[in-house]
Write a protein that binds this ligand. Sequence first.
Ligand SMILES: CCCCC/C=C/C(=O)SCCNC(=O)CCNC(=O)[C@H](O)C(C)(C)COP(=O)(O)OP(=O)(O)OC[C@H]1O[C@@H](n2cnc3c(N)ncnc32)[C@H](O)[C@@H]1OP(=O)(O)O
Length: 248
Amino acid sequence: MGVAVMKLRNPPVNSLSLECLTEFTISLEKLENDKSIRGVILTSECPGIFSAGLDLLEMYGRNPAHYAEYWKNVQELWLRLYTSNMILVSAINGASPAGGCLLALCCDYRVMADNPKYTIGLNESLLGIVAPFWFKDMYVNTIGHREAERALQLGTLFSPAEALKVGVVDEVVPEDQVHSKARSVMTKWLAIPDHSRQLTKNMMRKATADNLIKQREADIQNFTSFISKDSIQKSLHMYLEKLKQKKG
Ligand SMILES: CCCCC/C=C/C(=O)SCCNC(=O)CCNC(=O)[C@H](O)C(C)(C)COP(=O)(O)OP(=O)(O)OC[C@H]1O[C@@H](n2cnc3c(N)ncnc32)[C@H](O)[C@@H]1OP(=O)(O)O
């Protein structure tokens, strides 16, 4: 039926390293150019983790040129996903913080596994960093200004039930039904003529995408100078240490 399944596979936690981002963008571009493909189901092959988000090791202890290169690729993936002409459905089968949530938010429909251990949300403030304006714009578009403001300030990671209530996801189903539900949702969306659905999607998303496109270079510079600050590097160091300690 012209549907591809993209499975994120970057163990252990599907963090979005530079290499992973680049491969993801290239795969997406290939699918976009393949006229036989009308829809993509985005899911994960890492047990219990959809994606741990941006790779913290790409944003910590590197040089400004690396930060700039990394951020350019984050922007690129986001623009491709958010403005895709294809129908994107996410089958969220695990934890989905920050950049992981961003991937899901780019989709046209989000199905999440009903497992309270899995959480989703833009938790950047908990790391001592700030979600960029285009993450924020997409959050506002999805859950509204008030909920987004609160969730962004608190860095809320929602349980599936909470995520459904606030609108971060569209549906929560038993874990063993996530993929079948995503497929049945896709069937429903495929019944809509592509040209009218695509034009409608473009109408809804264009202003948000253009907002980044018109200031891409400035956004890269802002990111690079922000992430290079000693205080921000210190926050990331502490967060990485906390992740390590959790194990011990
Ligand atoms: C202006 C700045 C804007 C920047 C916008 C930023 C967006 C982002 O996406 S920042 C990343 C936010 N992500 C997180 O906060 C998630 C952090 N990770 C977790 O909460 C957990 O790891 C988990 C729930 C995703 C999985 O838990 P678990 O299965 O228990 O696995 P571990 O915590 O033991 O992690 C294994 C291994 O992976 C490393 N790791 C985890 N997340 C990341 C990451 N995002 N980037 C890089 N590495 C990550 C973790 O440190 C462990 O490493 P080792 O100790 O070396 O095994």
